[in-house]
Design a protein around this ligand. Structure first.
Ligand code: FPP
Length: 271
């Protein structure tokens, strides 16, 4: 298990008791990182993988409970064939190489996305890690692969429609909880903080349902360069915000996170 580093957090003015439970990251800028150096784009993805390694370790050390990484979007299939195949090989080899570390650090791997459509060698490698790490109790690492936010909602609505068709559910009983419970990872609470690297001010079809109340932190740092200081800055930025969930702040500095309307927080604890 990761050794917690509350002192490092305090040194940066961060309250270790109020770190975001779930951080989601749009890992952007691998291609730019490579082209700035005259390197092939795949080299950027290789360096991006090293950053994944670093950020997973740091998240454990800073007491983050869950990390969702946008690893391959449903739209990424539009990239050149050689880049797609390079990324797929990188993901599969990471799944083989990192298993020992995931076990040592107590990380539990989960997947979000249409994983059935991944090449066999990638799906098998990932599912093997998911199975082997399922009883780990440390950080939950949720990789969004072949993931699209609209596609996730389509898949959820299809499931719900089937339950209605079978007579298991009445349309009148469908509420926000029904939809949240039909997403790819229903046991995960919504992300508290969404980080996007490389400066674009877009959501890019990521976790459309789950980020309704997430705090956003966009940095110009390219993903391969994203390090400890950048993660600490994002967490400090998150703690500087007052979360109101559509309500009002009753007294100065009050954080209403715990006062969120129950309907807005369908999965309040990590499971
Ligand atoms: C976005 O940068 C990055 C991706 C689409 C791929 C992300 C993959 C990795 C970080 C490596 C593998 C990860 C794991 C978990 C093993 P971009 O190519 O869109 O960058 P650009 O906008 O600068 O072109």
């Amino acid at each position: 298990m990761s050794e917690l580093r509350p002192d490092k957090l305090r040194e940066c003015g961060i309250d270790p008791e109020r770190v975001p439970a779930h951080i989601a990251i749009i890992m952007d800028g691998n291609g730019r990182w490579a082209s700035h150096r005259g390197l092939p784009r795949l080299e950027g993805h290789r360096r991006g993988y090293k950053t994944v390694d670093r950020v997973v370790r740091l998240a454990g050390e800073f007491g983050i409970k869950a990390l969702t990484l946008y690893t391959f979007s449903a739209e990424n299939w539009r990239r050149p064939r050689s880049e797609i195949s390079g990324i797929m090989k990188l993901i599969a080899s990471a799944a083989h190489q990192e298993l020992r570390k995931l076990m040592d650090e107590g990380v539990q791997l989960r997947l979000s996305g249409r994983t059935d459509d991944l090449p066999d060698f990638v799906r098998q490698a990932l599912l093997d890690d998911v199975r082997r790490t399922q009883d780990n109790t440390g950080l939950i690492l949720n990789l969004a692969i072949n993931y699209g936010g609209r596609g996730e909602l389509v898949d959820a609505f299809r499931q719900i429609a089937l339950r209605v068709q079978r007579g298991e559910l009445s349309p009148d009983d469908i509420d926000e909880r029904t939809i949240a419970a039909s997403l790819y990872q229903p046991g995960l609470p919504d992300p508290d903080l969404l980080i996007r690297t490389a400066g674009e001010m877009r959501i890019s079809n990521f976790l459309l349902w789950q980020i309704a109340y997430a705090e956003l932190h966009v940095t110009h740092v390219l993903w391969p360069d994203f390090g400890e200081e950048d993660l600490l800055k994002a967490i400090a930025d998150y703690q500087s915000r007052v979360r109101k969930f559509g309500g009002v702040v009753n007294s100065p500095g009050q954080d209403l996170a715990s006062a969120a309307a129950p309907d807005l927080s369908p999965a309040p604890s990590i499971s």
